[in-house]
Write a protein that binds this ligand. Sequence first.
Ligand code: IPM
Ligand code: MG
Length: 355
Amino acid sequence: MKIAVLPGDGIGVEIVAEALKVLRALDLKFEMETAPVGGAAYEQTGHPLPESTLNLAKQADAILFGAVGDWKYDSLERQFRPEQAILGLRKHLGLFANFRPAICYEQLVGASSLKPELIAGLDILIVRELTGDIYFGQPRGRRIASDGAFAGAEEAFDTMRYTRPEIERIAHVAFQAARKRSKKVTSVDKANVLETFQFWKDVVTQVHQDYPDVELEHMYVDNAAMQLVRAPKKFDVVVTGNMFGDILSDEASMLTGSIGMLPSASLNSKNQGLYEPSHGSAPDIAGKGVANPLATILSAAMMLRFSLNQEEAAQRIERAVQNVLSQGLRTPDIWSEGTKQVGTAQMGDAVVKAL
Ligand code: IPM
Ligand code: MG
């Protein structure tokens, strides 16, 4: 089992270190190799996704990824910005299926900004398409507008597009995931305005013919954003495109109290996967030892389950995380009156002990 370890920038370094502690504490043999990515790689090699890092990722069974990005790179030409590293990995490895669970842990009901009764027991799975849509559509760029009221003015444009096979494969992933859960899929689109998402809706409806046992509902993205805060427990599996999934998954994660708790998995058709916390590099708290490592530790659990075929070890980690929460240990992002505040490393150590 070969794991490529890509800590990246900001808190990425600290939280990945804790996940590695946890992996090492299991009685499993891994080959692990670390490589720079994002801003850290740009500093070392002049590129956020160096050839050597990409090759390591391609050869590995799984990639454990921290986070990339820092404001100090905002003025770089786009191809050199840290975010290009994660987008490049997704594209080069074909990691089209992104799983972002939003689970509200019973111990953290009080940490949500929503009323406890709205989110207690919440368990949503967002299935986000990750290699298409306006994120990757060509052409894109800047030019002089050739028509319209502002012809002759400078303009910028991107291309939103999906091909049928791209929609079909993510729809299959969502319906299959729903079969293992409560058999309900909400497909989020903007079919009332966008051609791309009318097509999305049509194709998802066709794929649904293969899954008569699963209930399918369609929802416009603006309504979905509203329903997520109004009655989040009505959702089970949510499938959507790359950009809507980016936005809705951040919204869904915050329902649970903290984005610092949520893992994610991005898989290709060979079950090779990249595992990363749903949150970003948080440069404002980097190096302070206060970041919550649990999202990364739970991402490592997902990695064991989906790419390394180690279900038992995955469950051990998940139980250990429950255990430390029950002990009342909290990093600052999930702290509340009556619980014990701990730092990044203390949290990691506690999980190892609970294993
Ligand atoms: C995410 C992030 C990325 C995205 C950025 C860092 C490119 O926001 O994984 O959700 O937009 O996909
Ligand atoms: Mg995002």
